[in-house]
Write a new protein. Structure first.
Length: 540
């Protein structure tokens, strides 16, 4: 799968973090020839990103990877805001009451564990990472890219890659060589992160955010044999930050942490062991474009976020999933290359929304401005106590963190809304338990596992369903047909169905099309969705 016959490969992936590894794993599942390189000598063992949110778990479930994450991670159900040992509010971070999911929680699963899982999965299906291999340069040509790399033995190699996935991090050499603007700014605050073991009475099924006058520290529980492992993410007290800025300190240690615990947070937490501590600057940045000819940016190469809400790695994994199924369809001859034109409008919209949401929240929480500190200390707490009692606020918060809010309704690769009520193109297909028919007792998310498209047919007669299947068999695109009988009242109500209807579900679980199950001409729209994507929006 990593072979390069005649110096050519369909896809070159640069960067073997979570984004690049998931892209490689999906391409391998689809049988697409690729190579994946990384300049590091091997996988990282650092925690880095830790949170895997509900929507990401749904995507990983389609690849059969969610069970491993659940087994090796620590489940959390809420974010708990604390000041002076007093709980200000609890907010769900997944699983809103009226927006169910098979994963009504997030999982604390260190980045090295996520990378190890993806890497093991990749190797099991015949792929491997070329470590200690550095990208040097590229030259775009009409049908692809001529790339120069330096391998582990120091030898230069020139290869031709039809497509490139630049998953090479926040300092992306590919992005810089292409001259793509990385717009945004660096936060004024100096932050710290660390992996520690400690005794505390804080809940281990919650992300605990402890506030003090000048900032906050997040206590993120990690799975461990001792049950005392935590990831700390926070901002520095003013005096300590001033020492760092002045060069009087260039790192923090256990004594500094204990001082923050006792004098700022007023917590009884007892530090047992420090595995690593580091200072860093936070960035808020987004590329001007996700695509340059046949080069696609993904993950940190395309967007950088604050750690607020743990959205960065999840957004990168979403990029990889979105891009990889589309590339695979095009390379396998199932779709027109115009399908790839939908990658940027779908994923840039997601990254922009995250930047405008959680990152602004971080800027507010960590602000050193006196007015903001007064707001955070005296006005925000009562607002949070009221908001946490309002169902809409809880639902909004849950959907925001889980990324279940993502909707591609404006994408060129989904059909336009047809005016009916209920579920529309672009939306995530809902999680519903079926009460009748051949799938009784199963859920819709069980039925959409795997990487094929699915066509859900509601109220279709056996004759019409047979006709639909006969037409679909003439398409190059593999589509599974799933019949939902009228006895499945929850599905009919949730999807807003009161007449024979069919929904085309993409490999990422989003609805691509809704139309009448009695109109076989609608199947032509389904075919055209992948042949004219990026051009004219199709109405059903």
């Amino acid at each position: 799968m990593n072979n390069t016959p005649n110096g050519r490969v369909e896809v070159l992936i640069v960067g073997a973090g979570p984004t690049g590894l998931l892209a490689a794993t999906m391409l391998a599942h689809y049988g697409v020839p690729f190579r994946i390189i990384d300049q590091d000598p091997g996988p990282t063992r650092e925690s880095r990103a830790t949170i895997v949110h509900g929507r990401t778990l749904e995507l990983l479930d389609k690849l059969g990877l969610s069970d491993s994450v659940l087994h090796n991670g620590q489940r959390v159900f809420r974010a708990t805001l604390v000041r002076n040992q007093r709980i200000l509010a609890n907010f769900p971070i997944s699983g809103a009451e009226d927006d169910p999911s098979p994963f009504s929680f997030a999982v604390m699963h260190e980045q090295w564990k996520t990378e190890e899982l993806f890497n093991q999965t990749l190797e099991a299906i015949g792929g491997h990472v070329e470590w200690s291999t550095k990208f040097l340069s590229l030259a775009s040509e009409t049908t692809g890219n001529r790339v120069t790399i330096n391998d582990a033995d120091g030898n230069q190699e020139t290869l031709f890659a039809r497509y490139i996935i630049a998953a090479d991090g926040g300092r992306s050499p590919i992005r810089r060589q292409l001259g793509i603007a990385f717009e945004g700014s660096t936060y004024e605050q100096i932050a710290f992160t660390g992996d520690v073991e400690m005794r505390t009475d804080l809940s281990r099924d919650s992300v605990n955010l402890l506030y003090f006058r000048e900032g906050f520290v997040g206590f993120v529980p990690l799975k461990s044999e001792s049950g005392h492992a935590y990831r700390l993410i926070g901002t520095l007290p003013d005096k300590l930050e001033a020492d760092v800025r002045a060069g009087r300190k260039n790192e923090i240690d256990a004594d500094d942490l204990n001082s923050i615990f006792k004098t700022q947070l007023n917590t009884s937490a007892t530090l047992l062991k420090v595995h690593q501590l580091q200072l860093y600057r936070l960035h808020r940045r987004l590329v001007s474009t996700y695509q340059h000819h046949n080069v696609f940016l993904a993950g940190d190469a395309a967007h950088l976020h604050s750690p607020a809400g743990g959205q960065g790695m999840n957004t990168g994994i979403g990029d990889a999933f979105n891009l990889s199924w589309k590339l695979s369809m095009v390379i396998n001859g199932w779709a027109h290359p115009n399908l790839l034109d939908s990658y940027e409008p779908e994923r840039k919209y997601v990254a922009q929304t995250v930047l405008n949401g959680s990152d602004k929240g971080f800027a507010l929480e960590a602000s050193k401005h006196p007015v903001m500190q007064i707001f955070n200390n005296y006005i925000l707490p009562p607002l949070l106590r009221v908001a946490h009692k309002i169902p809409y606020a809880r639902r909004f918060n849950s959907r925001l963190f889980s990324q279940n809010w993502i909707n591609y309704a404006k994408s060129p690769s989904v059909a336009a809304a047809n005016g009916s009520r209920g579920l529309q193109p672009g939306a995530r297909f809902p999680y519903i338990k079926l009460e009748a028919g051949e799938h009784q007792g199963r859920t819709t998310h069980e039925l959409i596992r795997g990487l094929n498209h699915q066509l859900f047919v509601f109220s279709g007669s056996p004759e019409s369903t047979a006709q639909i299947q006969s037409v679909l068999h003439t398409y190059a695109l593999p589509i599974d047909v799933i019949t939902i009988v009228p006895g499945c009242s929850s599905a009919y109500e949730t999807c807003g169905v009161n007449e024979p209807t069919m929904f085309l579900i993409r490999p990422d679980g989003h609805v691509a099309f809704r139309g009448s199950a009695n109109n076989l001409n609608a199947l032509e729209i389904i075919r055209k969705l992948v042949t004219v994507a990026g051009q004219e929006r199709l109405a059903s």
